[in-house]
Write a protein that binds this ligand. Structure first.
Ligand SMILES: Cc1cc2nc3c(=O)[nH]c(=O)nc-3n(C[C@H](O)[C@H](O)[C@H](O)COP(=O)(O)O)c2cc1C
Length: 244
């Protein structure tokens, strides 16, 4: 349809990178793109930390559950939700800073929107990316390694680099499951999931030469049959966030 939509619909995460560093002008363009993402009331409640020190990247790879590509990629970016800057601006203006679940969501959304713009910009330069939620496995360690102040938390990381693999595209839910008209349509969603379970079963069978045959519903059940990262609430409270 056009080159932007072609790029968006060709996305696949890259988990093997050539060691090439990202040139400064490319980093500048990626961050400029991130910064032009829409942002709630212009709060820009995020900070992006570029991990360039090899020892730091190694430590972050470990903290993310030994994901080697965090260390191997040319550039590792950590997207942090940041209310610290807003608190300073409010207090320096002589006002009391109020925060709650809404401001937490605003900062997390701003970080995610900036990140996705960065991802698309990087892909448009021929680079590959992979989001790394694994850094939330050990948020205390990440906060310490990155010297995060109060009211800042690491939402996720992102590997950026020159791809050294050509993975196939991962199928998504049928559009009928995610696009409903004039109200929530459970039957469209349920029917879409039934079709998607067949698609994903075939996808994994083909990808693993028949060794793995698992549907999307089964893998979601495996993930959500226990609490996921239950340590995050106490961590966020320790960082000074009030989820009220
Ligand atoms: C917030 C977020 C966190 C993610 N965390 C990880 C991660 O820690 N490790 C990883 O290998 N992939 C991670 N991914 C990548 C997803 O697994 C991937 O986007 C998804 O399976 C769809 O595949 P695709 O990106 O190749 O289309 C993450 C993606 C997102 C959006």
């Amino acid at each position: 349809m056009n080159s932007v939509i072609d790029l968006l619909t060709r996305h696949r995460s890259i988990r093997k990178f050539k060691p090439d560093p990202i040139p400064g002008d490319q980093l500048q363009a990626i961050i400029a793109s991130a910064q032009m993402a829409s942002t709630s009331s212009s709060v820009q409640a995020y900070t992006i930390i570029a991990a360039t020190d090899p020892a730091l990247k190694k430590e972050l790879a470990r903290l993310a559950g030994n994901q080697a590509y965090v260390e191997q990629c040319g550039l590792f970016l950590v997207f942090c939700a940041d209310l610290n800057r807003l608190r300073k601006a409010t207090e320096q203006s002589g006002e009391v800073f109020h925060q709650n679940t809404e401001s937490f969501l605003v900062a997390s959304m701003d970080a995610a929107l900036a990140a996705q713009n960065a991802a698309i910009a990087a892909e448009s330069l021929g680079l590959g990316i992979c989001y790394i939620g694994g850094i939330r496995n050990n948020p205390d360690g990440v906060a310490e390694a990155l010297k995060l102040p109060e009211l800042v938390y690491p939402v996720f990381g992102m590997c950026v680099g020159v791809p050294d693999q050509e993975p196939s595209l991962r199928p998504r839910l049928p559009q009928t499951a995610v696009l409903h008209e004039n109200g929530y349509q459970s039957d469209r969603s349920d029917e879409g999931v039934r079709r998607y379970d067949e698609t994903t079963r075939k996808y994994y069978e083909e990808r693993t030469g028949g060794k793995q045959s698992i549907t999307w519903s089964r893998s979601m059940a495996d993930k959500y049959r226990q609490p996921v990262r239950a340590h995050l609430k106490p961590f966020l409270e320790k960082q000074g966030f009030r989820l009220e």
